[in-house]
Write a protein that binds this ligand. Structure first.
Ligand code: GLU
Length: 292
């Protein structure tokens, strides 16, 4: 039996949707539709200090204006803290995560080794001398090999202890590296299409999947869109919000950025027509790989 394709777009709500995120959303949408798959939207709202409910609303409104609507109810990570904590408790119990009190400076000074020997599981409470601890995933050393559907074979070296990612920050916030894997497992995602700025995270994520007893999805990383200064379009670089009143124009520009065939389209075409036709013509192999 062939597996049902399930893809997703998973923005962090740090600001309104900009052109770079539209390109990623569109690529994941078209890839899902081209495989007759399910396409989901998930809001990765893990950091209330950097993110806002207003940005979530703006992103969802912008996606809707561009015809990009989730096939299932939008999942908000802020509603799944219990699940992340359950996983962390389990990892702590099995020695695959540890509480860490090392400061960034201490870690820097000792080349990523933990001077407080916390990796040995010596800290058993969430606070030490009233100071909250972070929790890190204990990676195993590995030369990880995996296949990217666009970029081909990938190899990344993992050196546990030095590379161990934080999975719960000392402020108590759950971290991306765990939540993304937990949700992709829970939502049965079979293929992840996302920006190549996340390429370096992939080998660690594959190891987390394995540790949680799940198979990693197929990956397809697309080059990130750069501004005139060669920086990734992002809120930090003041990328402008998309104009929701020009969805046709924005979609066509995004298709051009993905090097897709835009012949016969006009900016006044209904978005449903653009999306349907673009999905039927979708050829990820046309994407220019220059940005990475
Ligand atoms: N939330 C992440 C971001 O906005 C993307 C997560 C992912 O696609 O794996 O950069």
């Amino acid at each position: 039996m062939t597996e049902v394709y399930r893809g997703r777009f998973a923005p962090s709500p740090t600001g309104p949707l900009h052109f770079g995120s539209l390109v990623t959303a569109l690529a994941s949408y078209l890839d899902a539709r081209a495989h007759n798959g399910v396409w989901l939207v998930r809001i990765e709202d893990l950091d209330p200090l950097r993110e806002s409910p207003a940005a979530t609303e703006q992103i969802l409104a912008s996606l809707t204006a561009h015809g990009l609507e989730s096939d299932e109810p939008v999942r908000l990570q802020s509603r799944h803290h219990q699940r992340y904590q359950q996983i962390i408790d389990n990892l702590l119990q099995h020695g695959r995560a540890y509480r860490c009190i090392c400061s960034r400076r201490q870690l820097q000074e000792s080349q990523g080794r933990h001077p407080n020997r916390c990796r040995k599981g010596s800290i058993t409470a969430d606070r030490v001398n009233h100071q909250p601890c972070a929790v890190r995933f204990a990676l195993e050393d590995e030369d990880a090999h995996w296949q990217d559907q666009l970029l081909g074979p990938q190899c990344q070296q993992i050196r546990g202890e030095i590379d161990d990612p934080v999975i719960r920050r000392k402020e108590g916030f759950y971290a991306y590296q765990l939540a993304v894997v937990a949700d992709d497992i829970d939502q049965q995602i079979t293929r992840v299409v996302r920006g190549s700025d996340l390429l370096d995270m992939t080998a660690q994520q594959c190891q987390i999947y394995r540790t949680l007893g799940s198979r990693a999805p197929a990956w397809l990383h697309i080059p990130v869109i750069l501004n005139g200064q060669g920086q990734k379009l992002s809120k930090q670089n003041l990328a402008p919000a998309l104009d929701n009143l020009r969805p046709g124009e924005n979609l066509l520009s995004a298709l051009v950025a993905l090097a897709q065939d835009v012949s016969d389209f006009t900016t006044t075409d209904p978005v449903a027509h653009i999306l349907q036709t673009a999905a039927a013509r979708w050829q990820p192999s046309r994407i220019h790989l220059t940005a990475r």
